[in-house]
Design a binder for this molecule. Structure first.
Ligand SMILES: C[S@@+](CC[C@H](N)C(=O)[O-])C[C@H]1O[C@@H](n2cnc3c(N)ncnc32)[C@H](O)[C@@H]1O
Length: 286
């Protein structure tokens, strides 16, 4: 179980992480309070601290280089123009990598995620983050980052944390809505109407397009979902992609990028290519 309280690494020396868990600093997202277009140098690092339900928004630029090359090669081999659906794309920084790689052969790019927005408020010395259900998910100060995690433990600290989150009266607080999209991608989308952002649940039918490439990176993992749920997400993808479409599953494991690609044929997904042993859910894909 991950610790619900971490030291904010923008204040404490890095070596303290050997004594107490440490977190990157989510408070840099506060610049968006002012409605500014200010660029956060490491937007992905700040975003990656956010946790909605069981999944973190963890992402970083450059981590899909192998998966992206598979997409480029597929488009070259089939002479297709890309109509891409990126599922669970977090802030889209890896989508931006692929958009830049593909250049002119891009027709459409849908950057999607279940959690595309967060709501923030300042309260005393804390910055509090809320999900779309108005539930506080995280609070951060200069010193600490505290998660509102449902936990079995009945330790004193855990019950204190739970009580402080329960005492936050969400309704009475004025909150700012923040779009969790990398500022460079957001800016690019304003001058490039091929790029759009959608709040989308991977378990739902996608009706905005018939993609010929679907990217599923670091989301359909056994750590997040049961085998039955993973199978139902895969079934749903089969329901809306075009015949011959490329489905790219990838997972960043330690320093390694594992990739498995499939081609939709009739009612099935046929194994196409694999790198570094492929993803852990290959046995659930048919
Ligand atoms: C670990 S991040 C991966 C982000 C990005 N694909 C990457 O590899 O860098 C998982 C993402 O999946 C999103 N997510 C969680 N459940 C989801 C669901 N049911 N449907 C769509 N996205 C979901 C989370 O909000 C989070 O942004």
């Amino acid at each position: 179980m991950k610790a619900p309280v971490k030291l904010n690494n923008s204040f404490f020396p890095k070596w303290l992480k050997f004594i107490m868990p440490m977190s990157e600093d989510p408070t840099s997202l506060e610049v968006f309070f002012e409605g500014t277009e200010e660029f956060i140098a490491d937007h992905s690092t700040a975003i990656s601290t956010l946790k909605f339900g069981d999944t973190f928004k963890t992402t970083s630029a450059g981590r899909h280089s192998e998966a992206n090359n598979f997409v480029k090669q597929y488009l070259k081999d089939t002479s297709k123009r890309a109509d891409i659906l990126d599922l669970g794309a977090s802030n889209g920084v890896t989508s931006l990598d692929l958009i830049e790689l593909l250049g002119d052969c891009l027709d459409r790019y849908y950057v999607t995620d279940l959690n595309l927005k967060v709501w923030m408020t300042r309260h005393e010395n804390w910055l509090i983050f809320f999900d779309s259900f108005n539930k506080p998910i995280l609070k951060a100060s200069k010193y600490f980052v505290v998660y509102n995690d449902p936990m079995d433990s009945s330790s004193f600290i855990t019950s204190r944390i739970r009580k402080t989150f329960e005492s936050i009266n969400s309704r009475n607080l004025t909150k700012e809505e923040i779009l969790l999209i990398d500022p460079r991608l957001e800016k690019l989308s304003r001058s490039n109407d091929k790029i759009s952002f959608s709040e989308h649940n991977i378990f739902d039918f996608w009706d905005k397009s018939t993609p010929n490439v679907v990217k599923v990176s670091n989301i359909l993992n056994r750590a997040y979902f049961s085998d039955d749920l993973i199978k139902s997400a895969i079934q749903q993808i089969k329901n809306y992609v075009e015949d011959g479409a490329l489905i790219v599953f990838s997972r960043n494991d330690a320093a390694m990028e594992k990739v498995s690609t499939f081609i939709k044929k009739g009612k099935s997904l046929i194994a196409h290519e694999s790198l570094n042993g492929g993803v852990e859910i290959v046995d659930l894909i048919d």
